[in-house]
Design a protein around this ligand. Structure first.
Ligand code: AHG
Ligand code: MN
Ligand code: MN
Ligand code: MN
Length: 324
């Protein structure tokens, strides 16, 4: 079985990119150890700190962020990092080639109940002469990503990675290596499974309500087939299910708070997951257009997300096509 490093080298990836990805995985291993120890390491529970997203930080949000930050800013090829948990990006080596953008711990509401969480990352190339302590340096479209991936800390720790040539899955072995388990993951084109937080139903746009309403009618409605529902509330775990057996995952716009039209973040969640899903033969959309084509305006910008099986995403977009 090939290790991550062996796999990347055999695919002629740039040496610096290989070193960078290996360092991200070293960080994920450190995070996995902390998660496994849980209460024994005293790392469960919340702090009284509110992050820039307006969320109360869990202890593990801070720990995971510090692990990635420390490991990445130490590398020569890293020009800067931006994180869900940092107000502003942090500059690294001014001669570095790469920017790393990450959600250090995704699904942090699941930590204290011992349910799967993850780490999401996106790698961009620095554009000429930019100040990498400034958010503008990171505002690239998702299509410009060099690599993206996530580690799911579940019953096993798995990495799903793309460098633009398919999505490949690795599992963390007890010797500490991420070993290749599956090349070129493919999302089935049709599905009978959806994932959405139904408690927000009344806040969605009418078109989204109509679409989900028809899913719920199943074989008795216009869709003529029954749908199953899952919601783990860790995007990494929900997207991993979609990558593995198909489905549609949605966190659409809602009008709960006019200042926060969506929950998920474009740079840390929307873009890397969309890159992975497209590379596995699926689609991702805001309900109106490709997420990967959005020109970001703010580093912490939020986005409406729907991703997964191609036919289902196309159907969803048809429901919304008349609206705008
Ligand atoms: P994070 O823990 O990084 O802030 O992200 C949480 C996100 C995502 O993982 C998940 O899909 C969603 O929040 C769950 O939200 P609800 O609790 O509103 O269902
Ligand atoms: Mn958060
Ligand atoms: Mn997240
Ligand atoms: Mn997070």
């Amino acid at each position: 079985m090939k290790t991550l490093g062996q796999f990347l080298i055999s695919h002629d990836e740039e040496k610096d990119l290989v070193l960078l990805l290996e360092r991200i995985m070293l960080s994920c291993k450190e995070i996995a150890v902390q998660l496994r120890e849980g209460a024994l390491a005293g790392v469960l529970g919340s702090t009284d700190i509110t992050n820039v997203q307006g969320e109360t930080q869990k202890k593990l949000d801070i720990i995971a962020n510090e692990v990635l930050k420390r490991n990445l800013l130490d590398l020569e090829m890293v020009a800067g990092i931006a994180s869900e948990e940092e107000d502003l990006p942090v500059a690294g080596n001014h001669k570095g080639r790469y920017l790393v953008v990450f959600d250090p711990l995704d699904g942090s509401s699941n930590i204290d109940v011992n349910v799967s969480v993850g780490t999401i990352f996106s790698i961009l190339e620095v554009q000429s002469n930019q100040d990498c302590s400034h958010p503008d340096a990171y505002l690239q479209r998702g299509r410009q990503q060099v690599a993206a991936g996530y580690v799911l800390y579940g019953p096993s720790a798995t990495l799903c990675l793309t460098t633009g040539d398919g999505v490949h899955q690795f599992t963390l072995s007890d010797t500490g290596d991420f070993l290749l388990c599956q090349e070129h993951m493919q999302i089935p084109t049709s599905t009978q499974e959806f994932a959405i937080n139904m408690s927000n139903q009344r806040f969605w746009e009418p078109e989204t309500q109509h679409y989900v309403g028809d899913l719920l009618k199943g074989a008795d409605g216009s869709r003529e087939k029954n749908f199953n529902m899952r919601w783990i509330a860790s995007m990494v775990a929900d997207v991993h299910r979609v990558l593995t057996r198909g489905g549609i995952f949605m966190y659409p716009w809602d009008n709960r708070d006019p200042n926060k039209p969506g929950k998920l973040r474009l740079m840390y969640e929307g873009n890397p997951m969309s890159f992975l899903v497209e590379q596995a033969g699926g689609l991702s959309t805001t309900c109106y257009g490709d997420i990967l084509d959005i020109e970001p305006k703010h580093i912490h910008q939020r986005v409406s997300v729907a991703l997964g099986s191609k036919e289902e995403i196309n159907t969803l977009m048809e429901y919304h096509a008349s609206a705008r």
